[in-house]
Design a protein around this ligand. Sequence first.
Ligand code: ADP
Ligand code: MG
Length: 730
Amino acid sequence: MESLRVSAINDLSTKSPVILDGSAKITAIFQENVFTTRTAREFLSDEAYKSLAGSIKGGKKIDRAVANQIAAGLRQWAELKGVTHYTHWFQPLTGSSAEKHDSFFAIKGDGTAIEQFEGDALIQQEPDASSFPSGGIRATFEARGYTAWDPSSPPFIMEIETGKTLCIPTIFVSYTGETLDYKAPLLKSLEAMNKAAVDVCNYFDKNVTKVIGTLGWEQEYFVIDEALANARPDLVMSGRTVFGHPPAKGQQLEDHYFGSIPERIYAFMRDYETECYKLGIPLKTRHNEVAPSQFECAPIFEEISLAVDHNTLLMDIMDRVARRHKLRALLHEKPFAGINGSGKHNNWSMSTDTGVNLLAPGKTPKTNLMFLTFFVNTIKAVHDYADVLRASIASSGNDHRLGANEAPPAIISVFIGEYLTKVLEDIKQRVGTKFDEQDEAILKLDLHRSIPELLLDNTDRNRTSPFAFTGNKFEFRAVGSAANCANAMTALNTIMAETLKNFKKEVDALIEKGEKKEIAIMHVIREYIVSGEKVLFEGNNYSDEWEAEAKKRGLPNVKTTPLALDALLTEKAKHLYESNNVLTHIELEARHEIELEKYVKKVQIEARIMGELCTSHILPPAFKYQNTLIQNIIGIKEIGLKEPAFSNQKQILEKISEHISQISEQVSKMIEARKKANALTDTRAKAIAYCDDIKGAFFDQIRYHVDKLEVLVDDSEWLLPKYREILFLR
Ligand code: ADP
Ligand code: MG
């Protein structure tokens, strides 16, 4: 029988792009499946509309009677679009989205069948929550959790083939009130940042009453053929290839980056983009990435909680639509060794209800002072809480990028560019002196024009920094491609809230002492530059010199997830999250536990699949080829020839035999190590054991021998599709 590998390769030539009608203008379908405020206006009574609008804008409570009206309007809209079911849609800590579908169908007391959707069903639902991670919270308290409607995010209709479902965005909480999802703490962190930022904004403009966070994510991913993916059990089970020899041609030519998009993939992109537009996801760019078969898409930035929902939806849509095209979208941070991994750059800023981007440089001395205030506070926040930020992006997948000489390193540093470095340097020089003409001169600089121009001119723009200022926003680049961005955004918003609160306290104290407002602000800015500047780094973040330098500066450099997560349990972190009303101690401890458990499970699956592949896929063709060589040598000897007639064969045979015995030995030892780790009851200890004693001790070693076999064994016998086939064949 033909192997899956061979049939997958043979089938490739029969596959053509799935062509869809792509003639619709984007504006004609944009938000078609979203219950926008405009749609709400159309389907709701004045009373219901006002109540909903108030809730979206100001977080006002919606009472039950009005909720019934809203539910009725929602059902009417959805039914006109052919919807039969609804679901509470939420983002549990598993990292994907979750749904439980119910139909509108109901039977009255007298037996009549009707369609209904009431306020209660809109507001609250009880999914069977026992299988979602809760870090022990539900076990300790109550064995159930519920989902609660989040009116700040609009309901939408998910179309799957012929079925259509009304999705109500919700948060997920335990019965005792602890949050069990990514969304609830995110909303709380946005509220904390709003309060703290409005207070600081009011130094400059009394009209500001609300500050929102903005997020524009850039999603990297790989797309490969479905049949080739299916022939790789490691990809199917763990999302990444645990074996695979680097192809003769990798990404060194960078020809993929500048190349055109292959047709089948182009059709896939058009298709998922259309689905995204209908759901209101404002995708703007698509292009090839550096690695072969790697791509990126990015939307226009949005308010953070909506942007997070949209990214979660996008990941789900990509996965589904790719299958429709007989392709697989890989969101894993490191599906293939030896070529670039995938990240998710989080472009982040804050914006006022008066329309000002708080990280956009100013045109006048006053707006410059406001910009510098928020800019320097961000640097200070990242400096003070680098460990908390690092913990927010920790995952087994991301460990392959961070600290592995690729993408941003595990050291969190901030890049601000030459020009702003000089501006901060000038301000700092004047620490301890009185505010005078020199300070005024700095504030009079035309930052608004100079900074973007300088960043554009500066060709390198420092792509290696994990946290870079890019003209009017910071770009948090260390986030993993598969992550829910809520985690990183919650951390960032919260450390910003905390830093701004302290900033205001210090400025107010100076004002109380009789200092002029501007002078007090400038004074604290100076202090913050001095106390936060060691986090600034303009050089190559991938270099060994930086690692040494960062160590000298005392910056944390934690390379693995189990240890990076420790930052969640420090007194500093507990105070940070609790005092800003984002996460209680209990919730933080639960999250720590959940992340560790996730880590253990992921590494465990990889270890299992490695062992299984070795015995079922790697060794059989190796044995077969070993036999072929033995027969060959015997045959040569039989006809009376002597060495060196078969010395080449003998050499290969020796090598193959050595790799085979190494693989067998290491796999057995790894199984022993797993047994030991599994016996540990403390989750942190178990995670560290999986990290060091299993992944660290065996993964690379086993892989080394397997990858050697891949190039030694007869290609026609090898079972797993090779990198060159997965990445380059279309
Ligand atoms: P690049 O980083 O590739 O040069 P851009 O600078 O155009 O690209 O923007 C990258 C991302 O940053 C886009 O998704 C964009 O929407 C987003 N972005 C732009 N301005 C802001 C902002 N004020 N807040 C958050 N994200 C923003
Ligand atoms: Mg970018």
